[in-house]
Write a protein that binds this ligand. Sequence first.
Ligand SMILES: Cc1cc2nc3c(=O)[nH]c(=O)nc-3n(C[C@H](O)[C@H](O)[C@H](O)COP(=O)(O)O)c2cc1C
Length: 567
Amino acid sequence: MNEFSIDDIEAVYKVIAERRDIRHFLPDPIAPELLDRLLHAAHFAPSVGFMQPWRFIRVSDSALRASIHRLVEEERINTAHALHEREDEFMRLKVEGVRECGELLVAALMDRREEHVFGRRTLPEMDLASVACAIQNMWLAARAEGIGMGWVSLFDPAKLGLLLGMPMGAKPVAILCLGHVEAFYPKPMLELEGWAKRQKLQDMVYENVWRNTHTTTETTAVKQFAITPLSGALSDQLQHKIDNKTKPLGALGKLEVLAKKIGRIQNTLSPRLREPVMLVFAGDHGIAESGVSPYPQAVTGQMVLNFLAGGAAINVLARQNGISLRVIDAGVNADFSAHPELVHAKVGKGTRNFLHEPAMTAAQCNASIAKGAELVKQEIDNGSNVVAFGEMGIGNTSSAAALMCILGQFPLEACIGRGTGLDDAGLIRKREIIQQAIASRSVGNDAREALAAFGGFEIAMMVGGMLQAAESSAVLLIDGFIVTAALLVAFKMEPAVLDYCVFSHQSDESGHARLLRHLGAEPLLNLDMRLGEGTGAALAYPLLAAAVNFLNDMASFDSAGVSKKAQ
Ligand SMILES: Cc1cc2nc3c(=O)[nH]c(=O)nc-3n(C[C@H](O)[C@H](O)[C@H](O)COP(=O)(O)O)c2cc1C
């Protein structure tokens, strides 16, 4: 039995199909009875446990509206920066109706939500889903009434909460612009503007089991790299130039080796370092739940915030040495708001626990590699020719150790270290866990397979980034143990990547010295450091600058009229 007429039913579907997110409004106000009907529609929404977590604040004060507009504007600019190459496109098409619309509402989550556990014990975010149901009810009712509505979510919730006098625990989730319109867009505005298209429904409905529809899409395709091994073409000329500087032969020691290497990478007798950049990739690891680190997983996200606040060791060292810093959320188990130095590239909220299952799917692994490559390409297109790699991820020495053991064919003991400071018992547990994980997975020494089984999103992104940097003939500045483990993976895929690497330091994490030897690497520094973050690489950068400077600026015997050693 259905008490709705065919016309009723058609009207519902019509409203759903023709609802639009509206950003252009006429200035006319909305009649109070009409606004009341819309609020009632919202209030009839379903909610988990019938908790009704929505609260609406009507903004009638024009000074308050102006302040809200400023907040949105501020975040719009931050989001645009975070989008990098799509920044201009975003700024062009991003219009909001905050100032112009007839009625402005803020939809918020109520405070004291923790008291409602019904239906939220495993999925606490169901309160937000319930508010979204209320907003959608209002959106559909507004469309039926011929009223336009736009959902604005680009704002800092803490700042908006403060403006509106919200109590602790309450959170604004939407600024809703409502008003009369000249016309409803025929399609979503972002589709009209060419930003994105509606995807096919059949690609989003599965039967019985999840179907991966992305295997052939750009992000999950296996990215290939073409790295040219360094030729010996300029070697002799570079050596000649170095030997003719006003110093005894070889007296600048390893700086000479470094100068020659950079000259060969750049294929010039007068190399230059431009726009050095430090990419710190951050990711969480499922293995952390097995107790392989003395720190809880939450520290990864907290350290990302520390990087963004400028207070971590890498901030200090990068600043000191004129290196730009980018923090990449490759897969941290925390959400971050937009920040000019943060690149949102989350592949997942942490990998799975590799003790029980592969850390990531092949698609995630490929997507991470492709993303790392894309980010490095962006830096290179922006003028950088020195890319330093750093990382942060609680549990990632375990991933690095497993990769070293499998791909370097080392006994596991040689690869395991204390990480952030495990005691003896912790070290034994870590070894047992990794041993068990390796034994339970039949991974050969295929680099991609091992990376997916034991790696981390930050490690996989570094692999892609390194391969891209080498393909683009940049200098790769390699940090400590985890970064070198990522390089080992990259090396197994494309051995020529090594030609482009400068090894900054030997970390105190046991395993690093051996891994460096395996790669034939001679690190520039050994300061007993074991911090990660790219700190070793940032410290070594001035040595690269010194190498290039002496090669370019130091007088030769001829130019200075200094006699050479008697033959
Ligand atoms: C949760 C959510 C947040 C949104 N935030 C914004 C926003 O901050 N600014 C904006 O212009 N549009 C925002 N939108 C609108 C979407 O861009 C819009 O719904 C989408 O492009 C589809 O268009 P349509 O609503 O016209 O079908 C948001 C939509 C939703 C559901």
